[in-house]
Design a protein around this ligand. Structure first.
Ligand code: FES
Length: 136
């Protein structure tokens, strides 16, 4: 389980500034991604947990937005993350996600900036595939 690919997606288009149909300057999402990449240099999971910038995850009104994804685990989407105070908490939560076999992140165990702002908790596809195979 622990050898499977784990990925932290970070929306780089969150809280961007637009002028005349073009994005200008650095978005809050890009700032958050940079902070995460910087502090992850000293993170024990830096070689096991990919940090990947992506464009819009369709939760634009809840910026900044990140997601934890891994095979056979729950997928989580979080929003309302502050650039200034959430990067360490995101990596702490990523470590919990990595350690828990099903990726579960109970409210009581999540760091403060991720206690609120949860937008989705999606079950792993493999769970339902196994159930359907058994019911045939
Ligand atoms: S711009 Fe970040 S979720 Fe849409």
């Amino acid at each position: 389980m622990l050898n499977k690919q784990h990925t932290l997606f970070v929306c780089t288009t969150c809280a961007g500034v637009w002028q005349n149909g073009k994005r200008v300057g650095e978005s809050k999402g890009e700032q958050l991604l940079k902070q995460l990449q910087q502090i992850a240099q000293n993170w024990e999971l830096r070689n096991k947990f990919l940090i990947q910038g992506v464009e819009c995850m369709s939760a634009c009104s809840r910026s900044c937005v990140i997601a934890f994804v891994a095979e056979d685990k729950l997928t989580y989407l979080f929003g309302d993350l502050s650039v200034d105070s959430s990067a360490s908490a995101v990596l702490q939560c990523a470590s919990q996600y990595y350690t828990n076999p099903d990726g579960s992140l109970p409210w009581s165990e999540r760091p403060e900036p991720l206690k609120k702002g949860i937008l989705a908790s999606i079950p792993p596809l493999s769970k339902w595939t196994k159930l359907h195979l058994h019911s045939c």
